[in-house]
Structures are given as structure tokens and as C-alpha cells.
Design a protein around this ligand. Structure first.
Ligand SMILES: [Zn+2]
Length: 126
């Protein structure tokens, strides 16, 4: 059944060509049929080749909510995702440290259980 939903999502993604931004700054895809969905979640799902499961969130590595390039997305557990933002806020506010993207990608995978969609050469990470 989940496979059928996944195929449905793929079809929807390729058919639809209209997007808009919500008040939170996220990009949504206006569906040809069905309902509007978050573009970053669809991109992650398509690259992973499966639907996201409950508790999985899609994080924007550069913290820009409208940058849905696959290299900017990381699939992770929602609690670890909250930890990440808390830790990054602490580093920024208390120490004035902003990690480079390369460092973030490495740390997200090694310390926060993140799944990158593509590697550093933009190859799909399977
Ligand atoms: Zn995030």
C-alpha cells in the first residue's frame, strides 16, 4: 500500500508545476490532484525512494527554508532535529560560532543520525 502512495507522490510531483511560499517561508507544491504538500518533504522522499515515516523531518542544512536543493536537505528524527537547532542556537548566541556547510553535513550524519540525500559530489546517497 505504501508503494502505491509513493508512486502517487512521484506522479504528482512531476505533473505539478506550481509552487507558492507559506507564511512560515516554506515552499509548497500546488497539486494537480490531491492536496498541496511541502516541497522539501517531497524532494527528500523522491531521493530516498520511499515515503517518509512518522517522526522523520526534513532539515534545511543552511537553515534557509526555501532552499530545497537536494544537497541542502537532511532527513532526521524529529527529536534529534530539535537538539540540532538548540545546539546551533547555543553555538551562535553564546559563542558566535556558525558552522560551515561541510562541517554541518558531517556533524548531522555522525552525531544526529541524519541522512543526506546526496554526497559531496551531488551523487544520490543510497
Ligand atoms: Zn531544521
Amino acid at each position: 500500500m505504501r508503494e502505491i502512495f509513493f508512486i502517487f507522490k512521484v506522479l504528482n510531483f512531476w505533473i505539478s508545476d506550481r509552487t507558492y511560499k507559506n507564511e512560515g517561508g516554506y515552499v509548497l507544491v500546488r497539486r494537480f490532484f490531491g492536496y498541496d504538500t511541502f516541497e522539501h518533504r517531497d524532494v527528500a522522499s523522491l531521493y530516498l525512494g520511499r515515503l517518509l515515516v512518522k517522526g522523520e523531518v526534513v532539515h534545511h542544512i543552511n537553515h534557509k527554508r526555501d532552499d530545497n536543493r537536494p544537497e541542502n536537505l537532511c532527513v532526521m528524527d524529529s527529536e534529534l532535529h530539535e537538539d540540532w537547532h538548540r545546539d546551533m542556537d547555543y553555538l551562535a548566541a553564546d559563542k558566535g560560532i556558525y558552522l560551515k556547510i561541510k562541517t554541518r553535513r558531517k556533524r548531522l550524519v555522525e552525531q544526529y543520525g541524519g541522512i543526506l540525500l546526496v554526497d559531496e559530489n551531488n551523487r544520490i546517497n543510497l
